[in-house]
Design a protein around this ligand. Structure first.
Ligand code: AMP
Length: 620
């Protein structure tokens, strides 16, 4: 129960505000809080309905919304008006969905643009943010009802791989639900907190958090020292989870039963019914050896633990591959992991538990309820932010390098991947052309040397740079990545103070598979990327040289002899020709020749101008 406090300056009674922790999950959501007296994190169970609220939204014919278990019942009777797994759509465009579009039982507008996904229910359109807000409103209402106090502030968790746009979408959903979102926290970080690891500041530990939920899979390697949580590496797949285990069972039944195979395509209700039966079978097989049931008294659904395990082994193996990659990123071996934490309902599957324990060479820790552990951790984080716990600090890492485009389309990295966040980094740039008054700042994410191979996050023009010779303006570009993983990019021209900034909310999302692919590509293309970079750098040097020498000829030609001018023109021509070869060495050789030939000119011109200046002055 919430505490009542007295404001000593006014004498007024005021209720101590509760900040809740929310696990907004793909399949299920939960809200938790830290009990002010007992200090124990507790998942809220309003009206004895259980702590788990299925992340399902149903729209009735009368235009009302129903959330949770009751809404889940409509998955079969009214799939078109019943929305599940909306978290998979958060911050995504139609294009992102690609092959996954058919996965949803409800109507996703058919489009192939980069615009954000909308869902059609009857004659209304909803964004995933609207629908997530409905779930959050329900959680908020349950918390307010159970705790008998207003709930206005929350910590919400997201998978470690959520990108900026997905984190921002989660924040927006919170706002729509009337919640001030104090912090977006990675789910594995919350899970570690729930296990109380790191509360004792003298404790030093390396922890692996294996989170296999309904729709997402994350593995995170955390280092905990002096009360600081540091995410050393993360890996995972936003399209891998318990739903895939269910689908493996459904596919098996379709292959095994001609009646199902014949009716599945024409009967949408049957496919929904099969989904529920498959999930039930999976849960039964977590403790039992065999599952038998019927749909409509006629369609037999049978499966043994042995068959189930052979069906899902490739999926489980894929998660173990991710564990291997995360360890490699963290430069650790399985033996160096002190504790393995299991999170997510799907870790109840015995094959998952044994595979993870075998891989890390120690029994995985599953003493807390794997469904509640993230929400409990979020509640602890909320308690810390409320100022009740000052002994813990959280650090996360950014999964991909962030940088800007420089001359020739090269990626200039500003915040390297796996940097701890929050973080701030910057670099100074200048103009390449005389009198340049605008500078385009293009922000990219990725590991490749050429920006065209990376992912563009934002672009803006720094306008109003005072006209100055090339190389004179000083433009500071700063990247500020906050604790929620949201990036602010600011550019300031230091001489004039002109300033421009952008907060990066990329238009569309990025799947885990894409992150993995981007990392893999940067390794497989490393050699060609380096040589491409060297050619581009040589070309840029050559182009700048040509620009300067030609400008010099224009301005100071009078101080050169005719032969000198002819030789310069011929070397300029040779340098231009070298550019057509696209060969770094040929270009740089031509640059050297032109440079060597023209460098005495600059000095000569300087001497002349000094003499002129001196001539005008009287020496005392
Ligand atoms: P979460 O997203 O963490 O709420 O996980 C939900 C997933 O866990 C769903 O795919 C459930 O089917 C799955 N799940 C829940 N209980 C069990 C169980 N006893 N055995 C296997 N899977 C389960």
């Amino acid at each position: 129960m919430a505490k009542v406090a007295i404001n000593l300056s006014t004498g007024a009674l005021q209720q101590e505000e509760v900040i809740v922790g929310i696990d907004l999950g793909t399949t299920n959501s939960l809200v938790a809080y830290v009990h002010p007296e007992t200090k124990t994190p507790t998942a809220i169970n309003d009206l004895g309905r259980g702590t788990i609220v299925p992340s399902v939204v149903h729209f009735t014919q009368q235009g009302e919304t129903i959330i949770g278990t009751e809404a889940k019942d409509y998955l079969i009777t009214d799939p078109a008006n019943t929305i599940y797994s909306v978290k998979r759509l958060l911050g995504k465009s139609y294009k992102d969905l690609g092959e996954h579009k058919d996965y949803f039982g409800y109507k996703i507008i058919d489009d192939n643009s980069e615009g954000l996904v909308k869902i059609r229910v009857g004659d209304k359109f909803y964004s995933p943010i609207d629908l997530s807000a409905e779930i959050l409103k329900e959680l908020r209402a349950r918390a307010e009802h159970a705790l008998k106090t207003p709930v206005n502030r929350a910590v919400i968790t997201v998978p470690a791989y959520f990108n900026d746009s997905q984190r921002q979408a989660t924040r927006d959903a919170g706002k729509l639900a009337g919640l001030e979102v104090l912090r977006i926290v990675n789910e594995p970080t919350a899970a570690a907190l729930a296990y109380g690891i790191g509360i004792d500041p003298t404790e030093e530990k390396t922890v692996a958090v294996y989170d296999l939920g309904g729709g997402t899979f994350d593995i995170s390697i955390l280092s905990i020292h002096q009360g600081i949580f540091e995410v050393l590496a993360t890996n995972g797949d936003t399209y891998l989870g318990g739903d895939d285990l269910d689908r493996a069972i459904i596919n098996h039944w379709i292959l095994d039963n001609q009646l199902i195979a014949d009716t599945i395509n024409s009967d949408k209700n049957l496919s929904q019914e099969l989904r529920l039966k498959a999930e039930e079978a999976k849960k039964v097989l977590s403790t039992g050896e065999v599952y038998d049931s019927y749909i409509n008294d006629s369609i037999k659904c049978h499966i043994t633990r042995h068959t189930f395990e052979s069906l899902i082994r490739p999926i489980v193996d894929k998660t173990i591959d991710s564990c291997r990659m995360a360890l490699a990123d963290a430069k650790l071996t399985p033996e160096q992991i002190d504790t393995v934490i299991m999170v997510g309902g799907s870790t109840r599957v015995p094959l998952v538990y044994t595979s993870v324990s075998d891989f890390f060479g120690k029994p995985a820790n599953n003493s807390l309820n794997p469904d509640e552990v993230v929400a409990l951790g979020a509640a602890i984080q909320a308690d810390i932010l409320a100022g009740n716990r000052k002994d813990i600090l959280l650090l996360d890492v950014t999964p991909l390098t962030l940088g800007i485009e420089t001359m020739g389309g090269l990626m200039d990295s500003i915040i390297p991947r796996n940097s701890k966040i929050p973080t701030k980094a910057g670099r100074q740039y200048t103009t390449s052309v005389d009198g340049q008054v605008n500078m385009k700042i293009s922000v990219y994410q990725g590991e490749r040397d050429l920006v065209r191979e990376n992912r563009k996050l934002a672009e803006f023009d720094l306008k109003g740079i005072p006209a100055m010779p090339a190389g004179f303006p000083k433009v500071d570009v700063n990247f500020i990545l906050n604790a929620d993983g949201i990036l602010k990019v600011e550019a300031i021209e230091l001489r004039s103070g002109v300033r421009q900034e952008v907060e990066v909310k990329p238009q569309y999302g990025l799947t885990d598979a894409q992150v993995e692919q981007m990392l893999m590509d940067s390794i497989t293309h490393a050699r060609e990327d380096v040589s491409a970079r060297m050619v581009i750098e040589a070309r840029t040097t050559a182009e700048q040289m040509l620009y300067q020498v030609e400008r010099f000829l224009e301005k100071n030609g009078e101080h050169l002899t005719e032969e000198e001018i002819d030789l310069t023109r011929s070397n300029i021509q040779k340098l231009r020709e070298s550019l057509t070869t696209n060969d770094k060495d040929t270009i740089l050789k031509a640059v050297d020749v032109l440079e060597e030939q023209t460098s005495p000119f600059a000095e000569r011109v300087m001497q002349i101008s000094i003499k002129k200046a001196m001539a005008g002055k009287k020496i005392e």
